[in-house]
Design a protein around this ligand. Structure first.
Ligand code: G3P
Ligand code: MG
Length: 246
């Protein structure tokens, strides 16, 4: 289980300083001292878990169209860095396997967000869990999360010992029942929707609260004061310095 959770989790690596969800971004987060990183994974057309946020390639690569309509071989020809800054030209959309290998080498904990394209919830969770199972990270250094309860159900069946974070945007009225049913270890919530009372209600279930996405130190301080355990941030190094924490 998760005995310790970090104060700061590098969001999509270090999204403020490097092209999100690339190996360069994970390296940059680690260089900045991020104790954990978060990345998003979905499937290519041929069923390989890759690390990318959007359903489509358009915003973060040189390609066009849906990730779910693109085979891995074609996706690998795309540039995933130049859109952010020319010095990152040559970055590719990494496979989950590559990110996992890098995370293991560099040492941060990993929050893997399973972000399936429409209709591929179970398949995406199965494929991602298979990659994780083949080369496990050290105990306490992995959290699997998803906005899709079905992904967490599948993960719970396949790997009951891997902690699961229940991701919410709007808070459903029956969030506590859903969290119980999923066996959620953490509640991963949109920081913009939180108040002292909402955080207290989450904490009353005994679960740590992780809040996304916080790039302002004053806001992070407020959330921590309310009882939030950790925040996802695009700027782990800057926030650590401003907050004088790791
Ligand atoms: O897992 C926290 C955060 O990454 C959720 O939102 O859209 O950035 O994946 P998003
Ligand atoms: Mg995410």
């Amino acid at each position: 289980m998760l005995s310790t959770l970090p104060r700061l989790i590098g969001h999509r690596g270090a999204k403020e300083s490097a092209p999100e969800n690339t190996l360069a971004s994970v390296r940059e987060a680690a260089r900045q001292g991020a104790p954990w990183v978060e990345v998003d994974t979905m499937l290519t057309r041929d069923g390989v878990p890759v690390v990318i946020h959007d359903d489509t390639l358009d915003r973060t690569t040189s390609g066009r169209g849906a990730v779910a309509d693109t085979d891995l071989a074609d996706l690998r020809r795309l540039d995933a860095g130049a859109w952010f800054d020319p010095r990152f030209a040559g970055e590719t959309v990494p496979t989950l396997q590559e990110v996992l290998d890098l995370v293991r080498d560099l040492g941060p904990g990993l929050n893997l967000e399973i972000k399936p394209s429409a209709g591929r919830n179970a398949e995406t969770a199965r494929a991602a869990l298979a990659v994780l199972a083949a080369a496990p990270l050290p105990a306490g250094r992995l959290l699997v999360s998803s906005f899709e309860p079905e992904c967490l159900e599948v993960a719970g069946r396949l790997a009951p010992d891997v902690p699961r974070g229940y991701l919410m945007d709007e808070t459903p009225a029956d969030w506590a029942a859903i969290a119980d049913r999923l066996g959620a270890a953490t509640l991963n919530v949109d920081q913009r929707r939180q108040t002292a009372d909402s955080v207290a209600a989450f904490r009353a279930t005994g679960r740590p609260v992780l809040a996304y996405t916080v790039n302002d130190a004053a806001r992070a301080r407020t959330l921590f004061d309310w009882g939030v355990t950790g925040v996802f941030t695009d700027a782990p190094g800057r926030l650590a310095a401003e907050l004088a924490i790791r």
